[in-house]
Design a protein around this ligand. Structure first.
Ligand SMILES: NC(=O)c1ccc[n+]([C@@H]2O[C@H](COP(=O)([O-])OP(=O)(O)OC[C@H]3O[C@@H](n4cnc5c(N)ncnc54)[C@H](OP(=O)(O)O)[C@@H]3O)[C@@H](O)[C@H]2O)c1
Length: 252
């Protein structure tokens, strides 16, 4: 038996680059209809040109626009002819603040900026996706991108927000699996995407912090995403899979 996606109409938040983009490529290959979203039209347009598939669509959307989550769901449903799977990859990395992880490094404005996206919007997005599916009786899928930063002794808002995502994935996954809504997560280690371009200059650069001594490729995370959102993936329900190449700094 060949593994196939459990649901074929997929909305990816943060699909204009990195892991979200790699998941879009993998899911299009698997026959899905996919809409990618993000804040920057040029990035989305360039992914659409690169993938060049009649099954790929894009729309500019900022996940902090919480009151319009249902609007983007409806638009996506209309364009794809249905909506039954969500990938939540949109987030700000700690590098976006240009700071380290020390508590005295961060200002209140920076704290708000990161927590508005990675914590508040991430929670309401997941909550609204569940509500959207439950109100229509859809046996859908949600995949959340956490981070192995959740498993490290670091003190910023990034790691804390990703730990919250693991908690919500577990609590909501166990609650709504009974209704056929499968919620899982992936906690990647350092993956070669624009998010870590501060220190990852080449995919061939050695990365000794990982036991495998290299960065993870976005397509490797996309393959795991494919499994978790496949018809085989529902046996993992409410869990976050750590895919960090054996990161020495992580405690899980
Ligand atoms: N790369 C890693 O090493 C790593 C490790 C662990 C976890 N992760 C997680 O994996 C996920 C994907 O990250 P990535 O590495 O692929 O980084 P990335 O290339 O920077 O992708 C993140 C995407 O999110 C979008 N985004 C950011 N804020 C947004 C907002 N408010 N509304 C809508 N879209 C927004 C960005 O596009 P715009 O700027 O155009 O909006 C960007 O395309 C994130 O959740 C990240 O925390 C990454």
């Amino acid at each position: 038996m060949t593994m196939k996606l459990r649901n074929q109409n997929v909305l990816i938040f943060g699909g204009g680059s990195g892991i979200g983009k790699a998941i879009a490529i993998r899911f299009i290959e698997a026959g899905a209809k996919v809409m990618i979203t993000g804040r920057t039209e040029e990035k989305l347009k360039s992914v659409a040109e690169e993938i060049c598939s009649p099954n790929l669509f894009y729309k500019v959307f900022n996940i902090t626009d919480i009151e319009n989550h249902n609007t983007i769901f409806s638009e996506c449903e209309h364009i794809l002819g249905g909506l039954n799977a969500f990938v939540n990859a949109a987030a700000l990395g700690s590098g976006s603040l240009g700071r380290g992880y020390e508590p005295w490094d961060i200002t209140e404005a920076e704290w708000d900026k990161m927590t508005d996206t990675n914590f508040k919007a991430a929670f309401f997005l997941m909550r609204n996706e569940i509500e959207y599916m439950r109100s229509r009786g859809i046996r859908g899928n949600i995949l959340n991108l956490a981070s192995n930063a959740a498993c490290m002794d670091i003190i910023g808002s990034y790691g804390a927000s990703k730990e919250a995502i693991i908690k919500w994935t577990r609590a909501l996954g166990k609650r709504y699996g009974h209704e056929g809504i499968i919620i899982n997560g992936i906690a990647p280690g350092a993956t070669f995407t624009p998010m870590i371009s501060r220190y990852a200059k080449s995919i061939d650069q050695p990365y000794p912090r990982h036991a495998i001594e290299r960065f993870i490729r976005p397509d490797e995370i996309a393959e795991l995403a494919f499994y978790l959102m496949s018809d085989y993936g529902e046996i993992v329900c409410g869990h976050t899979v750590v895919a960090d190449g054996g990161d020495n700094n992580a405690t899980l």
